[in-house]
Each structure stands twice: as structure tokens, then as C-alpha cells.
Design a protein around this ligand. Structure first.
Ligand code: ZN
Length: 281
């Protein structure tokens, strides 16, 4: 795929991007790490622990002081480079919480970075200072329970909460559709000029885009409800009907997304399950 790997792209004053070489059906062309600031910098989503990506990041930083290494969440394509980059730059790892493995059994699967250990966790609204300007954490659970966006000037770094190329994956048990919708609504009420996501191009019409994403999920929810309203169905049956022509590599993710909708509807008392079969109440 033609993508700017290992090329440091200055997007606007104080915002530069470096694309890691980890393309896939879930990461598009790969993970985009952002370098924020001018004299002092922060690195957002250092990415997968790939030696050439780490070398390119260190080269792009070019000896400037790194005030913080920030992760939006702890999927393996985002946080594993945090510790090695901290070792090479002396910067602290600050940002999202490590995933808590409690409540309803193990919440983490193979896509989570279990080695992530931040020096400081940012709560919603907490900030770090870069070039005397605040970079502020915006808690946005849904894609994962520990997901943060980061606000800087009128820019929002959206991680995987809002992506530029595809709708995000929301898969239980850690992914939560109601939380995700709440986090979209939170963004809808903000006045950001532009979103820089971890995957795909920048979003230059944030308000419109977020409304579109919310509409898309509400449409999907209605579709799932209509399908099990016709007859009781299991998840593979719902996926086959709701996602015609789906890339087979995405069948599991689509099933997870349908499950996220069903759990949300179940919590609201709209549907119920017997074994694998879902029905409308
Ligand atoms: Zn993710």
C-alpha cells in the first residue's frame, strides 16, 4: 500500500505525524503517532514496538525535550512502544489507565498490551503542559474502557474513538456501546476544529462527522432490532443479514459489534437471550 511510512509529516504548526508500518484490516495503513509541540514535545500513541518506527520517532524528536509519552488506550497497536521510547528519551509515560481486570471476568483479550505501566494516569480533564500550553485528557470510554482523547488548542487527538477511515470496533466485554454513544455525544458538544485519529486521514468536519457516526450506530441498532423482531436469531444469523458482502476477516468484529448492541438493548429491557438466541421482549 502506498503510505508515508517513516516519513515525518508536519501537519500544522505544533502537530506532526509519523506512520508506523503495521497495516491490517483493523489498522488501515497503520498506527499514526503524533508529535505535539515545538521546543518541548509530547508523543501521542507511540505505537507498536517496531525498531524502525522507534528509530524514526527518536529522529523526528531530534533531541528536543519530551514532556510526556501519552497513550489513548492500551491496544497493541498503540502503547507497546511507550516504555522503550521512555527509556530512550527519559520522558514519563502519562495518560490512559492500565486496563483493570476485574468485574465480569477477564476483560482483556490478545489485542491488549498487558505490559503497559504508566508513570501517571490522567483522569478526565487532567492535563500536562507542553510549551506552556495545556494538553488535556478527555475520557472517551466505549472502544475500550480506558480510552482517552487529548485536546490541544482547538485540535483533538481521537485515538480509536473516532477514526478517519472506518467506524470504530466496539466489542464486549471491554467495549461498551452505551459508553461509546455517550462518548460520541461528549465530542458533539465540543467545538474542536479538527480531529487527528490514530488511523486514517484527519477529520476536518468534526461536528458533522460525529453526528454521522451516531446516526450510523442508531441505524445499526434499529436493523438488529428489526431482524430479531422478524424471528429469534443468533449473532451469526444477524451478521449475515446486517452486513451483506462483509470482508470475511471482519466477521468476528462485526459479531462483537452486534453483541455490543444486543447487550445495550438487553440492559434497557428491549431484548432478551436464551442461550445463543436473541428475541425482542
Ligand atoms: Zn484500539
Amino acid at each position: 500500500m502506498d503510505a508515508p511510512y517513516a516519513t515525518f509529516e508536519q501537519l500544522e504548526p505544533g502537530v506532526a505525524r509519523l506512520l508506523a508500518h503495521n497495516p491490517s484490516a483493523f489498522t488501515f495503513t497503520g498506527t499514526q503517532s503524533y508529535v505535539v509541540g515545538s521546543d518541548t514535545v509530547a508523543v501521542i500513541d507511540p505505537g507498536p514496538d517496531l525498531p524502525e518506527h522507534l528509530d524514526a520517532l527518536v529522529q523526528a524528536i531530534g533531541g528536543r525535550r519530551v514532556a510526556a509519552i501519552l497513550c489513548t488506550h492500551t491496544h497493541r497497536d498503540h502503547s507497546p512502544a511507550a516504555r522503550p521510547l521512555a527509556e530512550r528519551t527519559g520522558a514519563p509515560v502519562i495518560g490512559c489507565a492500565p486496563l483493570t481486570l476485574e468485574a465480569v471476568g477477564p476483560r482483556a483479550d490478545a489485542s491488549f498490551d498487558g505490559d503497559y505501566s504508566p508513570d501517571r494516569v490522567l483522569e478526565d480533564g487532567a492535563s500536562v503542559e507542553i510549551d506552556r500550553e495545556k494538553l488535556i485528557a478527555v475520557a472517551t470510554p466505549g472502544h475500550t474502557s480506558n480510552h482517552l482523547c487529548f485536546a490541544w488548542r482547538d485540535v483533538l487527538f481521537t485515538g480509536d474513538h473516532v477514526m478517519g477511515w472506518s467506524t470504530t470496533v466496539v466489542v464486549p466485554p471491554d467495549g461498551d456501546m452505551a459508553a461509546y454513544m455517550g462518548s460520541l455525544d461528549k465530542l458533539r458538544q465540543r467545538q474542536d476544529r479538527i480531529y487527528y485519529p490514530a488511523h486514517g486521514p484527519a477529520v476536518t468536519n468534526p461536528q458533522q462527522y460525529v453526528r454521522h457516526l451516531m446516526g450510523h450506530r442508531m441505524h445499526r441498532e434499529r436493523q438488529v432490532l428489526n431482524l430479531i423482531g422478524e424471528q429469534p436469531r443468533d449473532i451469526p444469523d444477524i451478521v449475515a443479514n446486517a452486513y451483506p458482502g462483509l470482508d470475511p476477516r471482519l466477521t468476528t468484529a462485526a459479531g462483537g459489534s452486534v453483541l455490543a448492541h444486543l447487550r445495550d438493548l438487553e440492559r434497557r429491557g428491549v431484548v432478551e437471550r436464551q442461550g445463543d438466541i436473541w428475541t425482542v421482549v
